[in-house]
Design a protein around this ligand. Sequence first.
Ligand code: SF4
Ligand code: FES
Length: 256
Amino acid sequence: MNLTLKVWRQKDARSEGHLVSYEAEDVLADMSFLEMLDVVNEKLIAAGQEPIAFDSDCREGICGTCSMVINGLAHGGQRGTTVCQLHMRHFNDGDTIVIEPWRARPFPVLKDLVTDRSAFDRIIQAGGFVSVNTGGTPDANGLPIAKTDADTAMDAAACIGCGACVAACKNASAMLFVAAKVSHLAALPQGKPEREQRVLNMVRTMDQAGFGACRVTGSCEAACPKEISLDFIARMNREYGKAILKNSPPAKSGGD
Ligand code: SF4
Ligand code: FES
């Protein structure tokens, strides 16, 4: 099939960007979206032009690196699918495809389709880990974990930190990402000793990074390639509320 691509080109973080048209010819239905861009880039390089910059790493839907808005939808709008797993069979001969970077102030564009998502790294550094010394490898049955808790933790741990939830949210909220990380660790015994400081620190860092408030529109869940549920936001809000209550200074007593 032959396609027209309108791709966001931006020299660097300080430059203005704009859409540039390219013709993608002889695109195979079995190509992934990134392979299609690879072919376009090979032609650009052969013609002595600057290739389109975009992020990718695993190309297996597990690293969260690939990130672009395709026809207005983060990751292209196929349910549970990252850009690297999106195939050209979902497009038709003659289509015009608009390709843009994540649009969110905390994710500034570095070049073309590449954004700086280090704000997510800072949130993880604020508490997305377990620092208690767990000693050597424990016996498999030494720390029983209820099946429901293990399932909850695994569902939350599926988050690959891609940032599509932020890109899809009109407020650029990072609540789904942070909720997944907080819930993953809070559900397991290893994560419980630090659960209060974790949620307080991660939420504070999220706010400092400039992410917006959650308005529970569900656009994040719809765009998430790992189908992280909005329920985790409710879980995090409960975690946060309890942590605030337990860490508030005691009310001053009245009287004489
Ligand atoms: S919650 Fe989903 S959309 Fe958001 S960073 Fe994690 S995997 Fe990506
Ligand atoms: S390149 Fe790793 S998830 Fe797409």
